[in-house]
Design a protein around this ligand. Structure first.
Ligand code: UDP
Ligand code: MG
Length: 332
C-alpha cells in the first residue's frame, strides 16, 4: 500500500513511518446512545487502514448520563479502548487536551463523539499524512446542520478573528483533525490553561492541509453548546490570540485627546472673542456620558485580560481525572 503510494506520486516526501500506530481521541459529554455505533464504525474503518496498531481514547468530560458506563462496557470487550473520566465537566478543550496527552500513537485523530464527524474520512486523512502533511483538518463545507443565528454569529466571529489576531483560523475547521506525533508533542508542551484548540493548532504551524466534509446530524442527544457558552468560547479564543482589544483603547484615547485639544483651543478663542456663554448643557452631558461609557468598556476589556492572567497564575490543573481504564503504566 505504502510503496504503491510513493510510486504514484514521486514528488512526495519519503514515508517516514508507513505503518504507524494510530490513536483516536474522542471527548464525550452526555453522549450515551452513540458510543456503540461510533465504535462499530471506527472499527470497520480502522481495519482497512495501513496502520500497525490502534487505540481509541474516550475522554468522558463529567457526563451526567450513562456515557462512562457505556464506555467501560466497550473497554471490557475491546482491548484497544482506553477511557479517562473527569471528576466533573471541565469543557471540551480540557477533554481534548487530556486525550492528546494520553494518546501514544504516531498519528492522532481527534473527533467528536456524536457521529457528526464521519469516521469514514480517516483513511483520506491518513493518506494525506503519508504524503507529508503534519496536520489534516476536516473543514465543513456547509453549516446547514446549525441554526441560522448560530451560522451568522460564527461567520462574524471568523471574520473578526482574521482581522485582529496573530493566527488565521480555517473557517469551518472544527475539531476533526489528524495530527502527526510532532504536532501532538508541540501542543502538549503549551502550558496555557485557557485553551483554544482552533487557535493553538494554527499557531503551532507545521505543514497543514484541509479536506472537505459534510457534517452529519447528531446521532443522539443534544448539542452541549448554548449560545452563551459559544460567546464565552469566542471571547476566550479572541483574548488568547489577540491583544488588539487592549491596544485599541490607547488608540481611542489618543484620538479623543487630540479632538479635545482642538475643541479646547476653539473654546478659548471663542471665549476670547465673544465672551462667556453659559448654555452648553447638551454638549457637556453627551461628552460626559460618551467618555464614561468608553472608560467602562476599556476597564471591562482590561478586566477580561487580568482575569485570564489570574487563571493562568493560579496554576490549577486543566482537569482532574476521577477514573482511568486501560492505562496499565503510570502515565498522565
Ligand atoms: N463535549 C465535551 N465537553 C463539553 C461539551 C462537549 O467533551 O463540555 C464533546 C461532545 O461530547 C462531543 C463534542 O465535544 O463529542 C462536540 O460537542 P457538541 O456536539 O455538543 O458540539 P457541536 O457539534 O454542536 O459543535
Ligand atoms: Mg456535535
Amino acid at each position: 500500500m505504502s510503496s504503491s503510494l510513493s510510486n504514484a506520486a514521486p514528488t512526495v516526501t519519503p514515508l517516514r513511518n508507513s505503518r504507524p500506530l494510530l490513536s483516536v481521541v474522542i471527548p464525550l459529554y452526555n453522549e450515551s446512545g452513540s458510543l456503540d455505533a461510533l465504535h462499530t464504525r471506527l472499527q470497520a474503518v480502522i481495519a482497512q487502514l495501513p496502520v500497525s496498531g490502534h487505540e481509541i481514547v474516550f475522554v468522558d468530560d463529567g457526563s451526567r448520563d450513562t456515557t462512562y458506563a457505556e464506555a467501560s462496557a466497550l473497554c471490557a470487550v475491546d482491548p484497544a479502548l482506553r477511557a479517562i473520566r473527569f471528576a466533573r465537566n471541565f469543557g471540551k478543550e480540557a477533554a481534548m487536551a487530556a486525550g492528546l496527552r494520553a494518546a501514544r500513537g504516531d498519528i492522532v485523530v481527534l473527533m467528536d463523539g456524536d457521529l457528526q464527524h464521519p469516521p469514514e474520512l480517516i483513511p483520506e486523512m491518513v493518506a494525506r499524512w503519508q504524503q507529508g502533511a503534519k496536520m489534516v483538518t476536516a473543514v465543513r463545507r456547509s453549516r446547514d446542520t446549525d441554526p441560522w443565528l448560530r451560522r451568522q454569529l460564527s461567520r462574524g466571529f471568523y471574520g473578526l478573528f482574521k482581522r485582529v489576531s496573530e493566527v488565521a483560523l480555517a473557517e469551518g475547521g472544527g475539531d476533526f483533525r489528524l495530527f502527526d506525533r510532532a504536532v501532538v508533542d508541540a501542543i502538549n508542551s503549551l502550558p496555557e490553561r485557557t485553551r483554544f484548540m482552533k487557535g493553538i493548532t494554527s499557531w503551532v504551524g507545521f505543514r497543514q492541509e484541509e479536506i472537505d466534509f459534510e457534517p452529519a446530524e447528531r446521532a443522539a442527544g443534544a448539542s452541549a453548546w448554548s449560545l452563551l457558552r459559544l460567546l464565552r468560547y469566542a471571547i476566550d479564543g479572541l483574548s488568547a490570540f489577540s491583544t488588539l482589544p487592549l491596544r485599541v483603547w490607547s488608540l481611542m484615547g489618543i484620538m479623543i485627546s487630540a479632538i479635545s485639544v482642538l475643541y479646547g483651543g476653539f473654546l478659548v478663542v471663542r471665549t476670547a472673542i465673544f465672551g462667556i456663554d453659559v448654555p452648553g448643557y447638551a454638549s457637556i452631558i453627551v461628552s460626559v456620558l460618551f467618555l464614561s461609557g468608553i472608560q467602562l468598556i476599556s476597564l471591562g476589556v482590561l478586566g477580561e485580560y487580568v482575569g485570564r492572567i489570574f487563571t493562568e497564575v493560579k496554576g490549577r490543573p486543566l482537569y482532574l481525572v476521577a477514573e482511568r481504564l486501560g492505562f496499565d503504566e503510570d502515565k498522565k
